[in-house]
Ligand binder design. Structure first.
Ligand code: TRP
Length: 346
């Protein structure tokens, strides 16, 4: 409903409404689900839009106040995303904490955000339930900070998954309030999917989607070595196969076929589909094939990540360039904001 589909050839690139912005939390290693659910989508946008992709290191403080491993996590997420195709020469790729203006805009927006609506946010309620000992104000105002990230670049196209819909709805509310009170400065942000719709990547345990928090054996990380990838795939749940032709697939088998769609050749998939429908499928062979194709797909990305991580100067340069570009955009926006709010006494 609130999803926007735009054909870039029919839109004017000068309009602020054609700016893409998204954030990536540095709280876990990148996995196959992130790649097909998000990163691939970013990569396809960077040629056609002005894109801002941000490592949300400040957001991570709401749940991970210990910063000992933050630097390492930020470096890894940067490297993994670049290895997956995100290009710092095409998109502005930066760390949230490098754009100091974000704190200021967050402050102004906090005056337009009501305690009641923030408390009703599903992600807040979940986190508060999981960690009752750390229900901090940053957690409560998480969607306000996210709004500041987005509108700092006056972006309106926000490539995010379903779990972020409510945050975007709140962002639209904050924007409408700001514009109503101080003048039309910001476009309303919407969830944005480009070309192909988001691919849901199932986990290897037959239930739910691949995610970082759940079962480690069911998630394929780009940091996994070849043997680990093989082991995880071979452990995926199967059964003794269908006994009648053209039986509908149980979920856990369907999931394995979905994973094949991502990395196997079409004729390989057709062969196993036919075997399944003829009741002579050998799941051991199927998983071996999937494991090898998965390794073929994932190993080069792991290798590239390691090369990038070994080159500290490169990562520093990427972060500096991103910080510079993002800050330039932020300084411009904040001038508009302060003028609109009348915070310009000098
Ligand atoms: N909240 C997002 C997540 O959990 C991360 C994020 C932070 C973000 N700032 C953003 C996403 C701005 C889109 C736009 O994944």
């Amino acid at each position: 409903m609130s999803e926007t589909t735009i054909n870039p050839s029919t839109t004017d690139n000068q309009l602020p409404s054609n700016i893409v912005m998204s954030g990536i939390r540095p709280t876990g290693m990148v996995h196959l689900g992130n790649y097909f659910g998000a990163i691939r989508n970013y990569v396809s946008m960077q040629d056609d839009f002005e894109c801002y992709f941000m490592i949300a290191d400040l957001h991570s403080l709401t749940t991970h106040p210990d910063t000992k491993t933050l630097k390492e996590n930020v470096r890894r997420v940067l490297a993994e995303n670049i290895a997956c195709g995100l290009d710092p020469n095409k998109a502005t790729f930066y760390c949230q904490s490098h754009v100091y203006e974000t704190g200021e805009l967050y402050l102004y927006l906090n005056m337009l955000a009501y305690k009641g609506e923030l408390e009703k946010t599903v992600t807040f309620k979940d986190k508060a339930r999981q960690h009752p000992e750390n229900v901090n104000a940053g957690l409560l105002t998480y969607p306000v900070l996210q709004t500041a990230d987005i509108i700092m670049h006056r972006a309106s196209l926000v490539p995010v998954g379903k779990d972020q819909e409510q945050h975007l709805e709140m962002a639209r509310n904050f924007v409408v309030r700001f514009n109503h009170r101080y003048g039309d400065i910001f476009p309303e942000p919407h969830a944005f999917n480009y070309n192909k719709s988001l691919v849901k990547v199932p986990g290897l345990d037959g239930s739910g989607k691949m995610s970082k928090s759940e079962n480690n054996m069911s998630t394929l990380y780009f940091a996994d070595d070849d043997e680990t990838i093989r082991k995880k795939v071979m452990k995926a749940k199967t059964d003794s196969g269908p006994t009648a032709p053209n039986t509908p697939k149980p979920d856990y088998i369907d999931n394995i076929f979905m994973l094949m769609q991502l990395v196997c050749e079409p004729d390989v998939i057709s062969k196993f589909e036919a075997d399944y429908n003829n009741c002579n499928i050998r799941y051991g062979d199927l998983k071996k094939q999937l494991a090898e194709d998965m390794v073929k797909f994932m190993a080069p990305i792991r290798q590239k990540t390691n090369d990038i991580l070994a080159n500290d100067q490169y990562l520093v340069d990427v972060m500096k360039k991103g910080a510079e570009q993002a800050s330039k955009s932020a300084v411009k926006t904040m001038k508009l904001v302060r003028d609109a709010m009348g915070l310009n006494y000098l």
